[in-house]
Write a protein that binds this ligand. Structure first.
Ligand code: HMG
Ligand code: MG
Length: 315
């Protein structure tokens, strides 16, 4: 009965809005795999520039073990010291109770939790089985809602298009996981193509099946661009009605536990496509290119995104 009601609501919520929300994951996904440690001051300035560019949801860090992800060892200092804008949602990855305590110290009250569609990846990344990740998530969500009844809590499902260790992933596994995360109480499900192996038809089929279970406005798409499929995959997801996309300024990113994965789709490349299609985002390409150039320069890196390289504005 509950499932039938969810399906009915999901179909009714099919979105045709002209407005797209971008979840900027640059300060977390973008930086987590960088070997040289970036200073707290530079991370903060990067986040401020992204907020000033008009991004309304920014994943600022992750409260994970520094033994597992050394770049995020300063999570509390970064999160607690950023200057907040009222209209921006600042969120961060919280994998367990310890992470939630740290988030509270860092004054973060919007959260990202994670699981995966592959047992091997889940164990390598989160150090637990898929079913344990759901149990941990369920108990965390109760606590998160107690801390902030209005918390925005996004649930990441990694490996929706393939796993670096197990290869192909059954679509039904992803759909079942999404249903569980929704039942547990996630506000939004982010579909992670962690290694970028997805292609448009696979994405289109996944969204088509998923929308019978998850309301369209609760689906987000998170593409890594290893095989240059991120924008085509986003385009078919847009056509299906998805209006929330994760991206990273400069196209930075990659997961330390997904060998060979490239960065996320670049926010500026995504914006160029969306604005060119007449969709509104509230985000300035100038501002994002400025933020991307800033952080790449701090890392002595050349900006790799197409728009980042071509954009003429002097910032
Ligand atoms: P654990 O099972 O407790 O690990 O951690 P452990 O037993 O190896 O413990 C290691 C140490 O970390 C212990 O300290 C713990 O107390 C401590 P010690 O006793 O050795 O001094 N510890 C913590 N420290 C800080 N913050 C914490 C924390 N928890 C324990 N929260 C855990 C489990 C999940 C924390 C660990 O496995 C971990 O940190 N994994 C890293 C996960 C990660 O950040 N991966 C990258 C992000 S996910 C991603 O990129 C995919 C995504 O972008 C979507 C997509 O693209 O698909 C989201
Ligand atoms: Mg990612």
């Amino acid at each position: 009965m509950k499932t039938r009601l969810l399906r009915y609501l999901a179909r009714r919520c099919r979105s045709t809005s002209d407005s797209v929300r971008i979840v900027e994951v640059g300060p977390r996904d973008g930086l987590q795999n960088e070997k040289s440690i970036i200073s707290i001051a530079h991370k903060k300035e990067f986040i401020h520039k992204l907020a000033n560019a008009g991004l309304s949801t920014i994943e600022v860090t992750s409260f994970v073990s520094p033994k597992w992800v050394p770049q995020m060892a300063d999570s509390i200092q970064v999160a607690s010291s950023i200057e907040r804008k009222n209209d921006v949602t600042y969120c961060a990855i919280v994998p367990n109770k310890k992470g939630l305590q740290m988030a509270t110290e860092g004054k973060i009250e919007h959260y990202c939790i994670g699981t995966a569609a592959s047992e091997t990846f889940c164990k390598k990344n989160w150090n637990c089985s898929i079913s344990d990740s759901l149990k941990i998530t369920e108990s965390l969500l109760d606590e998160m809602r107690r801390i902030n009844p209005n918390a925005y809590i996004r649930g990441y499902i990694s490996n929706v298009m393939g796993c670096p260790y197990e290869g192909n992933i059954q679509q039904s596994v992803v759909v079942n996981l999404a249903e569980k995360l929704l039942e547990i109480g996630c506000s939004e499900i982010s579909l992670g193509d962690t290694i970028g192996t997805g292609t448009p038809r696979k994405f289109s089929n996944l969204i088509r099946d998923l929308v019978n279970i998850v309301p369209m406005e609760k689906i987000a798409v998170h593409c890594h661009d290893t095989y240059a499929q991120a924008l085509p995959n986003i385009l078919v997801s847009l056509e299906q009605g998805v209006r929330v996309f994760d991206s990273s300024a400069g196209g930075l990113g990659g997961c330390p536990y997904a060998p060979g994965a490239a960065g996320n789709v670049a926010t500026e490349d995504l914006l160029y496509m969306l604005h060119g299609m007449g969709l509104s985002t509230g985000v300035s390409i100038d501002g994002v290119v400025g933020a991307a150039r800033f952080i790449c320069a701090r890392m002595d890196k050349k900006i790799e995104s197409k728009v980042g390289k071509a954009w003429k504005v002097e910032l």
